[in-house]
Design a protein around this ligand. Structure first.
Ligand code: ATP
Ligand code: MG
Length: 507
């Protein structure tokens, strides 16, 4: 009996469709016996392989996932409204793939290549599998170049390198998407290709991001890949993998690519939903046992390739939403351990108006300083340490009534630094713009300026330095170091601007 079944199976394997001598097409098929919640359970399909694409009537596709002795669990990639028990399923002998190529730039699409921006149909030349192996260790090279976000608090204190994976983590409505979108905007003139992958968000939220990118002229080099909360769970599940294949296409040509996954909490929940419906055993927080693996195999694909392989890079910024600031929950800890650092956004800072609400103490970049340009490092150097010391001191100082002169000076200086680290949305700054103000605040030039004038003074300094010392600014943007006399020139201009503010004050 078993032998007969085996023979039958082996016979159909690799011959999914075959032409019989009479000229008829033969297909290997199965029959749906239960359907719902984005999952179909099927009998038949004896030769189906794991992760194989199967086709339902009405061209609805599915992925064969749970292959058991007498049934196959299939994740649907399309709507199942018109499907019912008894429907026929066919094997395709293909794996799930996604369009890749230059033609996708500037477009809003889904993982299957469906156009969502009312534009022309895609001109697709190639399709790549959504699941591809991560580059081998030997093919990777160290992360050495900065990926400039244009956000002072990140570039100075938690620098990100090209090829790094940096998690953006925080409660709901703390500015996670804004940090990612601002980083994309900052790449518009840097020749970095960006992919914004929206998973399980409301359509209106995605539309807002697309609109922001368009308004800031950042759409040209960007692909937006969307699976909204209205899409089938299967599509939501494969979308980040598909977006990564699109990114790899460019990386393998030696290009620099940035990918944002917004967000992986929803991705994990989607997978939990599918796994429970597939009757896989639930584990911690009801997530299945392989929940770590679905994210690690995704993020392992981000890297910096060796020069012999073109030297391209793929930087990943996955986003995770925490609940009640609990970064030790299951999914956040998993992702923290997979990535090379995290930018932590705090609701407390957000409500205090300290925007972007980056909690410097809880954020790290494990590649960090090595990728910063030397000039930037010399400016940002010990800012991180002195800033954390200030925060500690400030907390204590709240209880003390009389403070000595030095402590008061340290606190006043720290407050100026904090004011400088504030930054508006969608207003990324060039390296030179960041460096000149950081240099000035480090030199203590702001210390006597009232806090409410700091922002205004900052802009004034940036404008004056750029108009008076354009070559030095170019040098800074290119990552070259400045010598002492050159820095002095910058400081002189800054001091001059600030003395103007003080004079105003006295009048
Ligand atoms: P969600 O959990 O809903 O995805 P989120 O954490 O992604 O939220 P955002 O949507 O990025 O948060 O931002 C929340 C709100 O804060 C938005 O209205 C945004 O305009 C505002 N915001 C974010 N960053 C800044 C900033 N630096 N300056 C001013 N406003 C900001
Ligand atoms: Mg968001």
């Amino acid at each position: 009996m078993l032998q007969k079944l085996l023979d039958e199976t082996m016979g159909t394997l690799h011959k999914v469709t075959e032409r019989s001598p009479s000229g008829l097409h033969m297909h290997e098929t199965g029959t749906v016996f239960q359907i719902g919640g984005g999952i179909a359970r099927v009998r038949g399909l004896p030769g189906v392989t794991s992760e194989e694409l199967v086709r339902f009537p009405g061209n609805v596709m599915g992925i064969a996932t749970n292959i058991l002795p007498n049934e196959v669990g299939i994740i649907l990639l399309g709507n199942n409204e018109r499907l019912a028990a008894g429907a026929e399923v066919r094997r395709t002998a293909r794996e799930v793939d996604t369009p890749v190529g230059e033609g996708l730039l500037g477009r809003v699409i889904d993982a299957t290549g469906r156009v969502l921006d009312n534009g022309k149909a895609l001109r697709v030349i190639q399709r790549w599998p959504v699941e591809r192996p991560a580059p081998a260790i030997i093919d990777r090279s160290p992360v050495s170049e900065p990926l400039e976000t244009g956000i002072k608090a990140i570039d100075a204190l938690i620098p990100i390198g090209r090829g790094q994976r940096e998690l953006i983590v925080g409660d709901r409505q703390t500015g996670k998407t804004s940090v990612a979108v601002d980083t994309i905007i900052n790449q518009r003139d840097k020749n970095v290709i960006c992919i914004y992958c929206a998973i399980g968000q409301r359509g209106s939220a995605v539309a807002r991001v697309v609109d922001t990118l368009r308004k800031n002229e950042a759409m040209e080099n960007t692909i937006v890949v969307v699976a909204s909360d209205a899409d089938p769970a299967g599509l939501r599940f494969i979308t980040p993998y598909a977006a990564t294949s699109m990114a790899e296409y460019f990386m393998e040509q030696g290009r620099e690519v940035l990918i944002v996954y917004d967000d992986l909490t929803r991705h994990a929940r989607t997978y939990r939903e599918l796994s429970l419906l597939l009757r896989r055993p639930p584990g911690r927080e009801a997530y299945p046992g392989d929940i770590f693996y679905i994210h690690s195999r995704l993020l392992e694909r981000a890297t910096h390739l060796r020069d012999e392989l073109g030297g391209g890079s793929l930087t990943a910024l996955p986003i995770i939403e925490t609940q009640a600031q609990d970064i030790s929950a299951y999914i956040p800890t998993n992702l923290i351990s997979i990535t090379d650092g995290q930018v932590y956004l705090s609701p407390t800072l957000f409500h205090k108006g300290m925007l972007p609400a980056i909690d410097v103490g809880k954020s790290v970049s494990r590649v960090g300083g090595k990728t910063q340009y030397p000039a930037f490092r010399s400016v940002a150097g010990d800012l991180r340490l002195s800033y954390s010391q200030f925060e500690e001191l400030e907390t204590f100082a709240r209880f003390a009534t009389r403070l000595d002169k030095d402590t008061r000076a340290t606190i006043e200086h720290g407050r100026r630094v904090r004011e400088i680290l504030k930054q508006g949305e969608h207003h990324p700054l060039r390296a030179s713009e960041q460096m000149v103000v950081l240099k000035a605040v480090n030199a203590g030039l702001f210390d006597r300026l009232p806090l409410e004038h700091v922002e205004e003074a900052e802009t004034a300094i940036q404008q004056r330095v750029i108009s008076e010392l354009p070559e030095l600014c170019e040098q800074m943007d290119a990552g070259e170091t400045l010598d002492k006399p050159q820095w002095q020139k910058v400081l002189d201009v800054a001091a001059d601007v600030l003395s103007g503010f003080r004079r105003e004050e006295q009048e």
